[in-house]
Write a protein that binds this ligand. Structure first.
Ligand code: ATP
Ligand code: MG
Length: 417
């Protein structure tokens, strides 16, 4: 037997309807906010992620699926959605289109990580990117979109943390102060963070190591270092969130430690799915488009992990209804009966009603068993008696009630049922 690769999963029919539900809510929410779908390739030139995610990140350093194709080009499976969209925005000259450009996407992502609950090697994201506006109201909109989506799928008990990581100018002052503080605690940092200290000190605030956490708890807070412009921007984001009635907490340890990430950063975190508690992460990236060779264009976005959403729904006992079930299942008791069933099945389907009939030549008892298994709402029996009388004996599975209905009236009967 051949198994799926480690860190990947089959999504079987018993679960795929849950995915469809979450994806449907994602599309619905995006539409409410005026965002349109964008689909970019599953793989890109590796360069897109080196520049668009950043060479000092965990993703680029450790997690990418990179290979040479048969033409000798370095190709990478997308580890996240933003960089490819930024590439597409530049390549298609979209900065000349009506701004802001409001995109959403649903995509598989690939990261070579240690698989565990809520952490896979192939996983899926719903995300949005709003490009073209510096205004704080669009930051609040982005956050509100994420919140609306979480509410619509039925997620409860998540906390919204927001922070500002300042701009190019004020972040420099902060980084100097942070580095100085961390150098004094150098010996207690994990090896990875010692390495980060020169390249990307902000990431240390994000380290999951307990010792590092203890140190960063006492570190200078970026919010005390940001300039007046950045501080006003954050205040406006807060004002808009207040107007929308969205609750949040300021958390100085939320960072996106890349040069082109600016100002607003945020996460939605749950206590209900263990260590992998972040279901949504996002922020402003005013430098990204320029970094990929485009006209300087501000942007903000977020990504939600679909697997973590489903895990959270399961852990909090939220039931999702399977709307893919067959409405009417026909149980014919012979060859001629089967032909009649087939005719009625076709009539129902032509009227937009899902229907199916026995393909296995099973006896009546096991036909009912099967109908029950697939969750059919009605079972329509056609035996030789029914056939000669031109009628169907139909049973409503939920309450066991039975009716006898003429073939010619059957479709109408089901429509009204
Ligand atoms: P983490 O700190 O958990 O590794 P991250 O900062 O790497 O998360 P992002 O790059 O911000 O995550 O991705 C956005 C969202 O995608 C995360 O909040 C999470 O819900 C989801 N996600 C990230 N990596 C994985 C993974 N390997 N498996 C499943 N979901 C993931
Ligand atoms: Mg990660």
């Amino acid at each position: 037997m051949i198994n799926v690769p480690k860190g990947t999963k089959d999504i079987l029919p018993q679960d795929s309807f849950k995915w469809q539900f979450v994806e449907q809510k994602a599309r619905e929410t995006a539409k409410l906010f005026g965002a349109s779908e964008i689909r970019t390739p599953t793989f890109e030139h590796t360069e897109v992620f080196l520049r668009g995610v950043g060479e000092t990140t965990d993703i680029v350093n450790k997690e990418m699926y990179t290979f040479l194709d048969k033409g000798g080009r370095s190709i990478t499976l997308k580890p996240e959605g933003t960089a490819g969209i930024a590439r597409a925005f530049v390549e298609n000259g979209l900065s000349n289109s009506a701004l802001p450009a409001k995109f959403f996407y649903l995509t598989p992502c690939f990261r070579y990580e240690r698989p565990q609950a809520g952490r896979l090697r192939e996983f899926h994201q719903f995300g949005v990117e709003f490009l073209g506006s510096h205004s704080a109201d669009i930051d609040a909109e982005t956050i509100l979109l994420a919140k609306t989506f979480l509410d619509k799928v039925g997620i409860k008990g998540v906390t919204l943390y927001i922070n500002s990581i300042g701009c190019k100018v004020c972040r420099k002052n902060y980084e100097d102060a942070l580095k100085k503080y961390l150098l004094d605690n150098y010996d207690n940092l994990c090896p990875l963070c010692r390495d980060r200290l020169e390249k990307n000190p902000l990431r240390i605030l994000d380290c999951k190591n307990d010792e590092c956490k203890k140190i960063t708890d006492g570190a200078p807070k970026i919010i005390d270092y940001i300039c007046d412009d950045c501080s006003n921007h954050l205040d406006k984001v807060k004002t808009y969130l207040d107007i929308a009635g969205v609750e949040y907490k300021i958390n100085p340890n939320i960072v996106r430690g890349l040069d082109y990430y600016t100002r607003t950063v945020f996460e939605f975190v749950s206590e209900n799915i263990g260590a992998q508690g972040t279901v949504c992460g996002g922020g402003r990236y005013d430098g990204l488009i320029a970094q990929l060779g485009g006209t300087d264009t501000p942007g903000i976005g977020f990504a939600v992990g679909i697997e973590r959403i489903l895990l959270l729904l399961e852990n909090t006992g939220v039931q999702i209804e399977n709307t893919n079930k067959v409405k009417v299942y026909f149980a014919p008791m012979g060859e001629k009966e089967s032909e009649k069933a087939f005719e009625l099945v076709n009539e129902l389907r032509a009227n937009g009603i899902s229907a199916d009939f026995d393909h296995m030549g099973r006896g009546i008892k096991s036909q009912f068993k099967y109908a029950d298994k697939i969750g059919a709402e009605f079972v329509a029996v056609i035996g030789s008696n029914e056939l000669s009388l031109g009628e169907v004996k139909v049973k409503k599975m939920i309450d066991g009630s039975e009716n006898t209905v003429k073939f010619t009236d059957f479709c109408d009967f089901i429509k009204k049922a």
